[in-house]
Write a protein that binds this ligand. Structure first.
Ligand SMILES: *[C@@H]1O[C@H](CO)[C@@H](O)[C@H](O)[C@H]1NC(C)=O
Ligand SMILES: *[C@@H]1O[C@H](CO)[C@@H](O)[C@H](O)[C@H]1NC(C)=O
Ligand SMILES: *[C@@H]1O[C@H](CO)[C@@H](O)[C@H](O)[C@H]1NC(C)=O
Ligand SMILES: *[C@@H]1O[C@H](CO)[C@@H](O)[C@H](O)[C@H]1NC(C)=O
Ligand SMILES: *[C@@H]1O[C@H](CO)[C@@H](O)[C@H](O)[C@H]1NC(C)=O
Ligand SMILES: *[C@@H]1O[C@H](CO)[C@@H](O)[C@H](O)[C@H]1NC(C)=O
Ligand SMILES: *[C@@H]1O[C@H](CO)[C@@H](O)[C@H](O)[C@H]1NC(C)=O
Length: 554
């Protein structure tokens, strides 16, 4: 049903308007009468109007100021590449990354020994009481290579370990602990380079320091993790415990009752029952000693540690505190994530095996492998850990990726290398796999004669989604001392850092610290096809590598 009035309005729209405007006029007149009779209220409403427009204006002004006049706190621009040189210096195989200046870009920490003291230093060796040359620690901005702090730290450094740990509350403990030669120990604040504590000291003339510096849970109740240093004199391995917050020795030195093998690093292993054991190689075996036993021996007190009955039985039944007989000398020992705790990957001169972290039984063994470099972990299949090993050296080297849980070979490629080439590394990618970086000499594939061409390391990149392709990113002819690939900014660019310098510490030379963005190297890279595979063009392959997104290490 349509209202009659509306129907009329449709037929005579103008007429209707007329009537409406007449009504309005009437209303307005009435309103004006009203206004005149109530003036205070009219002022109030005018005030309201003014207030409304004023606040609107202020709001708009603020929006304007915020969006146009005050500049955004822009991110520091990260340079694609930077390089720092030191003439007449020696560089150590130590490289650490941490965001030191809080600009959300990882910064680079390294150690070098400078021979020429006439370089531009804030402090010289003699300022810190060392003779020239001495060892400097330096932290440089990952964004542009500018020096954040740099100072002489020791006459010579045997070990350096940096840790950032979140203490109770929001307190962050960040320290780099250095063991100097012949035995001093120093802790530096990672963020400022300030000395936190420093103790002179000296081990006996024939005592060697074993790497790495192990971190114990807090034993002296000051809230900071404490330190365990292993030393070897003759065959005997001993342990010293130091407070992490003051550097003071806790108790005295105690023997582990184990005959050490020298070179290979020790490992602090926590059994699935929560007992701490120090593991180290001893003549073709793996030997162990409980941290509880050592702590009781050096302090005469009961500590916060426990023993594992199963392990104690194994150790009790052997004279030399032997846990496991391995085929050949143990070369590398590392903890890897297991089902119920940490498992162990053991590399001996003849095999590579995964050991159960509690029972020490082999889960798998890869025999006939000549592994001369520490394995690294990464992901070949999404979210499934794989281990990268290098089998053989020189012309006979193979890069192999094994499934960590089963030991099956996922990928294998012959890639000759130069002796003493830099280590491989991996970086997680957004697809829950990893990009792998390794060094080699691809030129020599197929040609048996090893021409003395200028020794040149080539850096290769591999991603499991393109298994038949390697990307040759760069050629480096200098001697490489340390190398790592890192995600410099959260979910942004990956870059590699390279320390190059003289091979021998007796002959100082040019030392360089270089950072290169990986993605910038992709357009100029060389695509290496491994046998028959996809027939994508080189450019399409480079584009795939350029589009890779990286993920922070969990
Ligand atoms: C030390 O540096 C100065 C200037 O930087 C240079 O003239 C001198 O040759 C250098 N000495 C050595 C031994 O490299
Ligand atoms: C070297 O030191 C001088 C004065 O000590 C200073 O003016 C100059 O900027 C410094 N150069 C560098 C590269 O640090
Ligand atoms: C380098 O980057 C830092 C931020 O990481 C910045 O504070 C500094 O001014 C930059 N230096 C140069 C020389 O660009
Ligand atoms: C170090 O070892 C040598 C022989 O290897 C020995 O003659 C010397 O006395 C030892 N020095 C110390 C301080 O034990
Ligand atoms: C190990 O042997 C010692 C004596 O040699 C004994 O006191 C201890 O109870 C034994 N431990 C285990 C777990 O069998
Ligand atoms: C490791 O390399 C050697 C030769 O260098 C070879 O005989 C052996 O089969 C390789 N191991 C595996 C597991 O492929
Ligand atoms: C490395 O050098 C070889 C020649 O030896 C060259 O063919 C290749 O393109 C170079 N790679 C890069 C990434 O520059």
């Amino acid at each position: 049903m349509v209202d009659n009035k509306d129907l009329e309005a449709e037929i005579h729209p103008l007429k209707n308007e007329d009537r409406k405007s007449q009504e309005n006029l009437g209303n307005r007149l009435k309103n004006e009468d009203n206004l005149k009779s109530k003036t205070p209220q009219s002022r109030l409403s005018r005030c309201r109007t003014v207030a409304f427009f004023l606040s609107l204006f202020i709001c708009l002004f603020v929006v304007f100021v915020v969006s146009f006049i005050i500049p955004c706190p822009d991110r520091p621009v990260s340079e694609r590449m930077w390089k720092i040189d030191y003439n007449a210096a020696v560089i150590y195989d130590f490289l650490a990354m941490e965001d030191i200046n809080k600009d959300r870009i990882q910064d680079v920490l390294f150690l070098y020994k400078n021979i020429n003291s006439s370089n531009n230093f804030t402090r010289s060796c003699s300022d810190e009481g060392f003779s020239t040359p001495c060892t400097f620690a330096a932290a440089v901005s990952g964004a542009n290579g500018s020096v954040l702090w740099e100072k002489p730290v020791a006459q010579d450094v045997a070990l350096m370990e940096c840790t950032v740990s979140q203490l109770s509350g929001s307190k962050v403990s960040s320290a780099c602990i250095l063991m100097g030669r012949p035995g001093s120990r120093i802790a530096l604040d990672l963020f400022t380079g300030d000395t936190l504590w420093s103790h002179p000291g000296s081990f006996g003339g024939n005592t060697s320091i074993l790497s790495p510096l192990l971190q114990l849970p807090d034993v002296d109740g000051d809230g900071t993790p404490d330190l365990l240093l292993l030393t070897q004199e003759g065959k005997e391995v001993s342990g010293d415990i130091y407070s992490g917050s003051t550097g003071h020795q806790i108790g005295h030195r105690g023997s582990l009752g184990v005959d050490g093998d020298g070179d290979c690093s020790a490992l602090l292993h926590v059994t699935w029952t929560g007992a701490h054991y120090i593991l180290l190689p001893c003549a073709s075996s793996l030997c162990g000693s409980s941290v509880k036993g050592l702590y009781e021996k050096v302090t005469g007190k009961d500590g916060p540690f426990k023993k594992d009955p199963f392990w104690e039985n194994m150790l009790n039944s052997s004279i030399h505190r032997r846990l496991l007989h391995s085929s050949g000398a143990v070369r590398y020992l590392m903890n890897v994530p297991g089902k119920a705790g940490q498992d162990m990957l053991l590399v001996s001169s003849e095999a590579c095996m995964l050991l159960d972290g509690q029972e020490l039984t082999p889960r798998w063994t890869l025999s006939t492998a000549q592994i001369l470099r520490k394995p690294i972990l990464g992901h070949y299949k999404p979210d499934t850990l794989a281990v990268l090993i290098e089998n053989g050296t020189n012309i006979d080297r193979q890069i192999m990726l094994l499934d960590l849980s089963t030991g099956t070979i996922l990928w294998s490629q012959a890639l000759p290398s130069l002796p003493g080439g830099p280590p491989s590394t991996s970086l997680p990618t957004a697809d829950h796999r990893s990009a792998f970086f390794f060094w080699g000499l691809h030129e020599l594939v197929g040609s048996s004669e090893m021409e003395p061409i200028e020794a040149r390391h080539s850096l290769y990149m591999f991603h499991p989604t393109l298994p038949s392709v390697l990307l040759e990113l760069a050629n480096v002819s200098a001697n490489i001392v340390a190398f790592d690939a890192v995600l410099f900014e959260p979910s942004r660019h990956a870059a590699y850092v390279l320390l190059t310098g003289p091979a021998s510490s007796d002959e100082p030379g040019l030392v360089s610290v270089t950072k290169h963005k990986v993605r910038d190297l992709v357009p100029g890279s060389r695509v290496v096809r491994l046998g028959e595979g996809r027939s994508d063009s080189d450019q399409a392959i480079r584009d795939r590598f350029s589009r890779l997104r990286y993920r922070s290490k969990a």
